[in-house]
Design a protein around this ligand. Structure first.
Ligand SMILES: C[S@@+](CC[C@H](N)C(=O)[O-])C[C@H]1O[C@@H](n2cnc3c(N)ncnc32)[C@H](O)[C@@H]1O
Length: 294
């Protein structure tokens, strides 16, 4: 690696001019996680990088699922798999499906490896990669049967919104990798991110909402959040006196009824992760959305 300040800077990847959806957290591994990373390397996809960032993806690299898994099978990709609770649980229940975890946080991937080992799974692979880049170039077009984005980082401050993962350009790369008829499942516990997801997907050419028009009015989790004001109290971000809550576009309690709906029932293939559990404990609503690639 050159330390010469005059050396050319790394070639920017397709998304490097955009703000990334994650904070670079420590990659250092310790104890069992470190050991898992060293010993279970057969489950780790070796992603060639195009910059010095260990989350970048060389745009010339193509993921070959048949070679990586040693078989042909439907492929589920989870973006932002965290500690791997959801993907390893699903993989255990569906041995005939291949699962790929895309995550930038190396300790989370190492924890996923520990779960793979503990459950003796053979149908999961993990890749440390910025999902926006992975979906843009690494995964072949039409190669994914289900794409999961569960509880993406909310970036609730207005000035950080541009960092949110689910926006128009991400919907384009999601459409690129999904097979026709494939599903994109999303979940969040932030009402205004849920609304953003619904808006982005409503404007996306290649997707149709599987639950279009369902759960409106009093049945809508959005109406329930607005009515209860729960995010005012437990929004996760401090609500300063005299300021609007950061977690909803509404200014107070009983100010809105969601007439659009479109919310999915809770996806029963998603185990209750510690993350979702904390949201439940705080009384927050969970928003599920499911779209089909057309
Ligand atoms: C709030 S956590 C949720 C984790 C998990 N889905 C769950 O439900 O427990 C969001 C995760 O997304 C990851 N992440 C954020 N942006 C990402 C990106 N562009 N590519 C891959 N992972 C990303 C973060 O590192 C973090 O682990």
């Amino acid at each position: 690696m050159s330390t010469n300040p005059a050396a050319p800077s790394p070639t920017p990847g397709p998304h490097l001019s955009q703000p990334v959806s994650f904070v670079r957290r420590g990659s250092r591994l310790q104890g069992r996680r470190r050991q898992a990373w060293a010993e279970l390397d057969g489950f780790v996809v070796e992603v060639p990088r195009n910059t010095m960032a260990d989350t970048s993806v060389d745009p010339d690299y193509r993921f070959d699922a048949t070679a990586e898994f040693g078989r042909e099978a439907p492929l589920v990709v989870e973006v932002g798999s965290g500690l791997g609770e959801a993907i390893t649980h699903a993989a255990e229940l569906q041995p005939h499906t291949n699962f790929l975890a895309l995550e930038v946080y190396k300790p989370g991937l190492a924890q996923t490896l520990l779960r793979i080992e503990q459950k003796q799974l053979t149908n999961v692979r993990v890749a440390q990669a910025n999902a926006a880049e992975a979906l843009a170039t690494m995964l072949p077009p039409g190669s994914v049967n289900e794409l999961w984005v569960f509880f993406p980082d909310p970036w609730h401050k207005t000035r950080h919104r541009k960092r949110r993962l689910v926006k128009d350009d991400f919907a384009e790369v999601a459409a690129r990798v999904l097979a026709d008829g494939g599903l994109w499942r999303l979940a969040t516990d932030w009402s205004d991110y849920a609304v953003q997801m619904r808006d982005v997907l409503a404007g996306a050419e290649h997707f149709t909402n599987v639950h279009d028009g369902e759960r409106t009015g009093a049945e809508s989790p959005l109406t329930q959040v607005w009515e209860s004001g729960v995010e005012l109290v437990v929004g996760g971000a401090p609500v300063r006196e005299g300021k609007d809550p950061v977690s909803t576009g509404n200014t107070g309690v009983n100010e809105g009824i969601d007439t659009r709906g479109g919310w999915a029932p809770r996806f029963d293939g998603r185990i209750l992760t510690s993350f979702e559990n904390k949201a439940h404990e705080a009384g927050r609503m969970i928003f599920d959305l499911t779209y089909r690639k057309i």
